[in-house]
Design a protein around this ligand. Sequence first.
Ligand code: NAD
Length: 392
Amino acid sequence: MIIKPKIRGFICITAHPEGCNAHVQQQIDYVKKQKPIGNGPKKVLVLGASTGYGLASRIAAAFGSKAATLGVFFERPEEAPDRPASAGWYNSVAFEKAAAKEGLYAKSINGDAFSNEVKQQVIDTIKKDLGTVDLVVYSLASPRRMDPKTGQTFKSCLKPIGQTFTSRTLDTDKGVVQNVTIGPASEDDIFATTKVMGGEDWEWWMDALHEAKVLAHGTNSVAYSYIGPEITWPVYTNGTIGKAKEHLEHSAEKINALLKLYRGKAFVSVNKAVVTQASSAIPVVPLYISILFNIMKEKGLHEDCIEQMYRLFADNMYNGSYLNFDEKGRVRLDDWEMKPEIQEAVKKVWDSINTENLKSLADFDGYQKDFLKLFGFGIESVDYERDVSITL
Ligand code: NAD
């Protein structure tokens, strides 16, 4: 069938199999052009492996370090006759095919990573196929989580704490800069968001892997976070999601203590703002990203997920390099984004941005291209007028 993007707010409900394949291949090609990652990870478990930072981590480990990878994600396969799969499904099929071509082990488990069943399935698969893993990447971004111990479902939200927040935001569908007002979170909102996006599940994963004796000597584990500029703090860093990320940092300390048994490390890496399905849902952030991209591209400092993840492994975690921590024990891959000259330039634009000057003062075209690419659209090498099979 001919598949076109169908955008509903900040989500695209269709995905293009060949486009997703090409997008994954672009990331693989990027890694293969870099130097191999010396002393890199060899058996890697990636939780949230189908899109965004998790997929890029998987690609960097596999194609930069020849790692065997086991990926976990929550995606929708295609449904005959005419419902394409979700982008993450196509990405993962594309990844597995590319890995197989190079003789790299790559298996995936599609299911709820928060559940006990998927944890058990992963442990069984590691025992059967790999014996142990030496890197666990925790890159889940989810709107909800069912706590398997109580059966209760929690929904995360993006709200300020203790105040109503009004800011400029971008309707990314229409290209309109407008105001958004978000009311303050309740205690329940804060608790629920921490349950979903905090570190409890990461801790449970690491405990389960430890108890099952499937962690190798030297095992490392990393989870991802974001801080960003003050203009987004009320809805991000000082909001419900920021509380969850604070919890994630406490979990990193606990997991780090556990991994000392293996002479490994656990830490949070604060990554750069990029366009992903998760970040496009956050109010205010897409407008900031559009301005940021313009400035970072101008200064030759722009990175996407794959450049960030290759840099994490090659320049920070492996290759004889060592981890540089900030005062809170986090690795800062957002160092280029947070450079004072970049942030001062963003702030200047932020004060004057409006719908009329959006295209000249911000990289809204780049934002839209990146957004479409998440779903396999807008890639030059793909003929979107061609009838394609919905099965990759
Ligand atoms: P994403 O939406 O691209 O990826 C989320 C992944 O989680 C997907 O693979 C999805 O299938 C998986 N997932 C969601 N619910 C699941 C479930 N119940 N079971 C199994 N898998 C599930 O998101 P992303 O932006 O790459 O975010 C990953 C992490 O990076 C998050 O912690 C996020 O806060 C962080 N981060 C993102 C940015 C950014 O700008 N996007 C910046 C810094 C840090």
